[in-house]
Design a protein around this ligand. Structure first.
Ligand SMILES: Cc1cc2nc3c(=O)[nH]c(=O)nc-3n(C[C@H](O)[C@H](O)[C@H](O)COP(=O)(O)O)c2cc1C
Length: 191
């Protein structure tokens, strides 16, 4: 069983990376194969509403000029999808928004490509706005007929400078609990 994590922060090894790894550590402990990929340095544009994906039905976005299709492939090949984003102006980053728009429409055009995979989101935040960002991730999973594990709180953690989230003990515990619940759920769905 594999979990692919996608980090939408432009800071490749920043706070979101630390949160994703806290979840992945628990998954590894439970015997899951894990991978982490970053959107940093990659310019992924938003959906242009060409709707070619509904005509092509080839499980890929028709706008094949950036690395979006690679990310769709990574998500397709895993049983679990873990998305992480910092909070930017009370939402996910532009990169994550582009991934949600295009991967979401391609999935819809191809009989719900991610149906019954397990999906979870984590968010880093300096002070406020994490919940809309967290909701954006969960709305993507829900729309795609995925199954979502819970945690002991919404999976957000507080910090501004790189590493600061580690001082948020409750936030870090939330990541651990999410990882354990994700593993629990995946074993019941896929073992
Ligand atoms: C453009 C931009 C917008 C941000 N907007 C918010 C915000 O709305 N609320 C907040 O609490 N922090 C905001 N932050 C701070 C980041 O969410 C915070 O530093 C986070 O830990 C960064 O995670 P990272 O290290 O994974 O990039 C913003 C940062 C940037 C660069």
């Amino acid at each position: 069983m594999k979990v692919v994590a996608i980090n939408a922060s432009p800071r490749k090894e920043g706070n979101t990376f630390l949160l994703l790894n806290a979840v992945l550590d628990e998954l590894k402990r439970e015997g899951m194969e894990t991978e982490i990929h970053s959107l940093a340095g990659k310019t992924i544009q938003g959906c242009i509403a060409c709707y070619q994906c509904f005509k092509n039905k080839n499980r890929r976005c028709a706008v094949d000029k950036d690395s979006l299709n690679d990310f769709i492939g990574l998500m397709e090949n895993a049983e679990g999808i873990l998305l992480g984003s910092p909070t930017y102006f009370s939402d996910v980053t532009a990169g994550m928004r582009a991934l949600i728009e295009r991967a979401g429409l391609v999935a819809r055009a191809n009989d719900y490509l991610f149906k019954h995979k397990v999906g979870a989101g984590v968010v880093a935040v300096r002070r406020a706005g994490a919940i809309p960002a967290f909701s954006a991730l969960n709305l993507f999973f829900h729309y795609n007929q995925m199954v979502m594990p819970g945690s002991s709180y919404w999976s957000i953690a507080i910090g501004r400078d790189i590493g600061e989230v580690k001082k948020d003990a409750e936030g870090m515990q939330t990541m651990k609990d999410l990882g354990q619940n994700m593993a629990w759920l995946m074993k019941r769905l896929y073992a």
